[in-house]
Design a protein around this ligand. Structure first.
Ligand code: SF4
Length: 469
């Protein structure tokens, strides 16, 4: 059981470049932080679709000559962390199929909250599914569509699904990109010479040398063909709700989302946190890697020196469930080490971006005390996570979220810190440029329980089952 919110997936698409698959490979490489379980690329060459998918990191899946066979002027790619559907090859994306209107490759980032309901209906009508991923539900909807053109069937299918998503769809004569009506999941559009590119994050553009044009708008469908780019709204986007965790934790610091640089937002969060929850201390440290920006902000504002007090072992991989507490603690030491010379005999402020189950924080506090810290004050640059996410983020079931079960003082005692403070929701929003008390365009549902879309009973039941297993 991981003690972290988990990235969902990353998507990349390119149209109009002779090395489309190679560039997609580099784009996925830049998006690897969004999913490490599987990777895949599909390309179109005249009317022939090529694809390769596999379990593992991008470099592992596309080792050797794998890319050589992915010919063509257009491609879509995907990296996956499974939030719904099993972790197996059948669920890796892009999902590629041929049907009466030609070839299609689909990949998406996010989660469809009514996928189970639609799947149930389609199965009763005779559809046979090969995977447990939401993407296949959309593939069936498009393939069964009654309109003469692919675009019309895609548009019609999108009207039926609800949730947070960013889709890339490759067909014989077009690349289609879509962002959900609330803009929960990010997606950007860029240009590389004569080619167009789309990606979950702008860091992928920097890697392939593309220029950022703009964010894909919530509820927007972009179609890129040999004729150029065409855009339209497929849904009313009156209520925007970008996932706040993209800024807090998921996105890479060098990415820009909706005009704001992620590192700068995190640093701003740290500064506000220092104003909201000051403490006398000798050194400020951040939990690598995602909390470093917030820790720098906290240090700047509080005028307490920032230091690297925790080092991450980048090659340790995942800590799987260990049979005993002793071995579990060893698992954390494999991933993170305290820098004794920095924390010994010091009052330490440890800044972390979020606190989910509390077990990792507890081990980090112990690690710092063992390295000689005289006091450990934990500062979290987001509000307490009290509710599960239904939009493609793995938050664990509600019963496992420590803030849903305990007060702040009880959590402080659980993790063994001298003090603990979270960010308030209002203060967090000011870091995103929202005036206090004013309406905003962010999803904060895992803090507030106020979901920006209808949440279907089937999802709730699925989560309840997850707890019982
Ligand atoms: S519930 Fe939380 S993690 Fe999920 S989309 Fe909303 S803000 Fe993001």
């Amino acid at each position: 059981m991981m003690d972290r919110m988990h990235e969902e997936c990353g998507v990349f698409g390119i149209w109009g470049h002779p090395e489309a698959a190679q560039l997609t490979y580099y784009g996925l490489y830049a998006l690897q932080h969004r999913g490490q379980e599987s990777a895949g690329i599909a390309s179109i060459d005249e009317m022939t679709m090529h694809n390769h998918r596999g379990m593992g990191l991008v470099t592992e899946v596309f080792g050797g000559d794998r890319l050589k066979d992915l010919r063509g002027h257009a491609a879509v790619g995907h990296v996956r962390y499974s939030t719904t559907g099993d972790s197996r090859l059948a669920n890796a994306q892009p999902l590629v199929f041929s049907y009466h209107q030609g070839n299609m490759a689909l990949a998406h980032n996010g989660n469809l909250v009514n996928a189970m309901t639609i799947r149930d209906r389609l199965e009763r009508q005779g559809s046979i599914f090969q995977s447990t991923s939401d993407t296949e539900v959309v593939a069936h909807l498009i393939a069964r569509g009654g309109y003469p053109s692919v675009i019309e069937n895609v548009r019609d299918s999108m009207a039926m699904i609800k949730g947070g998503y960013a889709f890339v769809i490759l067909v014989d004569d077009a690349l289609i990109a879509m962002r959900d009506p609330q803009g929960l999941r990010p997606m950007a559009l860029g240009r590389l010479g004569d080619a167009y590119v789309v990606a979950s994050e702008t860091c992928a553009f920097d890697t392939v040398g593309a220029t950022f044009l703009r964010d894909v708008e919530p509820g927007e469908m972009i179609m890129i063909t040999s004729e150029g780019l065409h855009t339209e709204r497929f849904a009313d986007a009156s209520r925007k709700a970008l996932c706040t965790f993209e800024y807090i934790y998921f996105a890479r610091p060098d990415s820009d989302i909706d005009g704001y640089n992620v590192h700068m937002v995190r640093k701003h969060l740290g500064k506000i946190l220092a104003r909201e929850a000051p403490i006398e201390a000798d050194v400020v440290i951040g939990v690598p890697d995602s909390s470093i920006s917030a820790a720098i902000g906290y240090a700047e504002e509080s005028r307490i020196p920032y230091e690297i007090g925790l080092i991450k072992n980048k090659y340790s991989g995942r800590t799987f469930i260990q049979p005993s507490q002793e071995l579990r603690n060893l698992g954390v030491r494999l991933k993170l080490s305290a820098v004794r010379k920095i924390v010994d005999q010091k009052r330490v402020v440890m800044v972390d971006d979020s606190l989910v189950r509390g077990t990792t924080s507890a081990r980090l506090v112990t690690l710092l005390r063992e390295a000689g810290a005289t006091e450990v004050h934990v500062r979290i640059s987001s509000p307490p996570v009290k509710h599960s996410c239904f939009y493609g983020i793995d938050t664990s079931a509600r019963e496992e979220l420590i803030a849903a079960q305990k007060s702040v003082d009880e959590i402080r005692d659980f993790i063994g810190a001298d003090s603990l403070s979270f960010m308030t929701e209002d203060a967090m929003l000011t870091a995103f440029g929202v005036e206090r008390g004013k309406p905003h365009g962010f999803c904060n549902a895992c803090f507030t329980g106020l979901y920006p879309t209808e949440v279907y009973q089937t999802n709730k039941r699925a989560l309840e089952r997850q707890v019982k297993v």
